[in-house]
Design a protein around this ligand. Structure first.
Ligand code: 4AD
Ligand code: MG
Length: 431
C-alpha cells in the first residue's frame, strides 16, 4: 500500500492507509496506547488497541520515545478531538527506530541551545510553520516576475569586485587570478542581462561580512533583484509597490494556518495594499526631528530611526532621494539636486526596517567613470560594466528585496535568525 500523508487524510475516511513518520507524543491508558504521529504535513492521533495487535507489539509500543520513527497501517475516521480532525485505528505497526532521549523537550530552552541544535529545532511546529511561509513567499516572488514578462538570469557567486562597498566583502584566493569575492548583490550582472532581455530578475544567495550584530543582519541571505531597461525611479517605485502587495496578499491567503500557529496578528499585513506612502529622505528626516531625534542630514538611517519613521504609517513606506554620500557608486544623481541619489528604500511596518533597497542607475559613461574613481574602486574590474554605457546605454532601474527580512516581518519574528533554515551570523557557522 502506498504512503498517505496526514494532510490528505480527509480523502481516506473509512479506508485503511499507511502513515510514515515520527512520534510526537504517546500516552498509555490501560489497553490503549495513543500515539500522535508527525509526518511533515501535519499531526494525527493514532490509537493502538492491545487486542488488535497482540501482546508483543503492544509492549513494544510502550517503549516509544519522542521522535522514534514508525510506520503504521490503520483505518481513518473523523475525530474532532484529534489534532487535524482525524484519527487512525492502528491495524499494523512497525518501529524503524526507538529514538534516543530527544534533547528538545516541550519546556523552554535558551536561544543558544536551540541555535546549536538547529538541525533538530527545525522539527518543532513554529519553525515548521516559518519555513512553510518562507517557501510560499519564494514561490509568490518567482510567480510575480515570471507572470509579468521578466526573465530569470542569475549572477555569479564568485565575483572580481565589490558591488555594495568594500567593507563587507568576504574574500577567497582564486587560483592564479588573485582574489575573488563572494557576491554582495547580482545587480551589476542583472543590469547587463536587462540590456539583453529588457526585464530580468535574479534570485540567489548573497553575502555580507557585516560586523553588525543586530536582529536584522545575517552574513548570508537571499536576495531577489529585478532590473528593468527604460525604467526610471518612479517606475521602480511602482514595481516595488505592486510586487510587495502581491507577495504579501498571496501569502496571507495561502498560509492562514501557519500564521495562526505563529499567533501572528495579521492586521498590518492585510493593509499592505497600493498605494503606499512615498516620502523623500528630507521628509523622513523631518519626521525624526518632530520626534526630537537629533538626526543630522546626510547620515544614513539606523535601525532605530527606521522604526520611528515607519511608525508614522500603517503600511510599507517608500523613501526616495537619499544623500548620494551614503549610497552606492552606481546610483544616478537627481538632476534637480546633485547632492541626492535617485535611490529608493522600502521600510516594512511594525519596526521591521528596510526590506528593499534600489535605485535608478547612472547611465552616463563619464559620470560613472568619475564615481568609480571617487569610491576608489578598481577600474579594471568594472571595464565590462562600463561597456553597458558605451553600447546603447538607456535609463534603467531595479531593486533588491531581502528574503529573510521579509520572512521575519511576515512571521512577526523577533530576530532574523529564525527566518533562515541554517542562518549564518558573525558568531555562528554551525550546524
Ligand atoms: O540595500 P542593499 O544593500 O541593496 C543592494 O544590494 C542593491 N544592489 C540591490 C539592487 O538594487 N539590485 O540590499 C538589498 C536588501 C535590503 O533592503 C535588505 O532587505 C537585504 O537586502 N539585506 C540584508 N538582509 C539580511 N542581512 C543583511 N546583512 C542584509 N543586507 C541587506
Ligand atoms: Mg540598503
Amino acid at each position: 500500500m502506498p504512503q498517505t500523508y496526514i494532510k490528505e487524510l480527509s480523502k481516506h475516511v473509512g479506508l485503511s492507509v499507511v502513515l510514515k513518520g515520527w512520534v510526537y507524543n504517546s500516552t498509555n491508558k490501560g489497553k490503549l496506547n495513543f500515539i500522535i504521529i508527525r509526518d511533515g504535513t501535519g499531526l494525527c492521533q493514532c490509537v493502538l488497541f492491545k487486542p488488535n495487535v497482540g501482546d508483543e507489539v503492544f509492549q513494544k509500543s510502550l517503549q516509544l520515545t519522542q521522535e522514534s520513527s514508525i510506520i503504521i497501517t490503520g483505518k481513518v475516521k473523523e475525530e474532532k478531538r484529534s489534532p487535524g480532525g482525524f484519527e487512525v485505528e492502528i491495524e499494523k505497526f512497525e518501529i524503524i527506530q526507538i529514538a534516543e532521549p530527544y534533547p528538545i523537550s516541550p519546556k523552554d530552552h535558551g536561544i543558544d541551545f536551540l541555535s546549536e541544535n538547529r538541525h533538530l529545532w527545525l522539527r518543532s511546529s513554529r519553525q515548521h510553520a516559518i519555513l512553510k511561509i518562507r517557501h510560499e513567499l519564494i514561490r509568490s516572488m518567482r510567480d510575480y516576475f515570471d507572470n509579468n514578462g521578466f526573465t530569470l538570469i542569475d549572477g555569479p557567486i564568485l565575483t572580481p569586485a565589490a558591488c555594495e562597498g568594500t567593507s563587507t566583502l568576504f574574500e577567497t584566493e582564486y587560483f592564479d587570478l588573485g582574489k575573488a569575492y563572494l557576491t554582495q548583490s547580482s545587480q551589476l550582472y542583472a543590469e547587463a542581462s536587462a540590456m539583453a532581455h529588457g526585464k530580468v530578475y535574479s534570485f540567489g544567495p548573497t553575502f555580507r561580512a557585516e560586523k553588525s550584530k543586530t536582529r536584522r543582519h545575517l552574513t548570508e541571505f537571499w536576495m531577489i533583484e529585478p532590473e528593468v531597461a527604460f525604467a526610471d525611479l518612479n517606475d521602480n517605485m511602482d514595481l516595488a509597490e505592486d510586487f510587495l502587495e502581491y507577495i504579501i496578499q498571496r501569502t496571507l491567503k495561502n498560509k492562514k494556518s501557519e500564521l495562526e500557529i505563529l499567533e501572528r496578528n495579521t492586521s498590518f499585513l492585510e493593509k499592505v495594499k497600493k498605494p503606499f506612502p512615498r516620502i523623500s529622505y528630507d521628509d523622513a528626516v523631518k519626521i525624526l526631528h518632530k520626534k526630537n531625534i537629533p538626526f543630522e542630514w546626510g547620515n544614513d538611517f539606523g535601525g532605530a530611526d527606521e522604526t520611528i519613521i515607519s511608525q508614522a504609517f500603517d503600511r510599507p513606506v517608500l523613501i526616495h532621494r537619499y544623500p548620494s554620500v551614503v549610497k552606492a557608486f552606481y546610483m544616478k544623481r537627481d538632476p534637480e539636486n546633485e547632492k541626492l541619489a535617485l535611490a529608493l528604500d522600502v521600510l516594512a511596518p511594525e519596526g521591521y526596517g528596510e526590506i528593499i533597497g534600489g535605485s535608478q542607475r547612472e547611465d552616463d559613461l563619464n559620470l560613472l567613470l568619475k564615481r568609480i574613481e571617487e569610491h576608489k574602486l578598481p577600474m579594471e574590474a568594472f571595464n565590462w560594466y562600463l561597456d553597458l554605457r558605451k553600447y546603447g546605454t538607456v535609463p534603467h532601474s531595479g531593486f533588491g528585496l531581502g528574503l529573510e527580512r521579509t520572512v521575519a516581518w511576515v512571521c512577526g519574528l523577533e530576530h532574523i535568525r529564525e527566518s533562515s533554515p541554517f542562518p549564518r551570523m558573525i558568531h555562528r557557522i554551525t550546524p
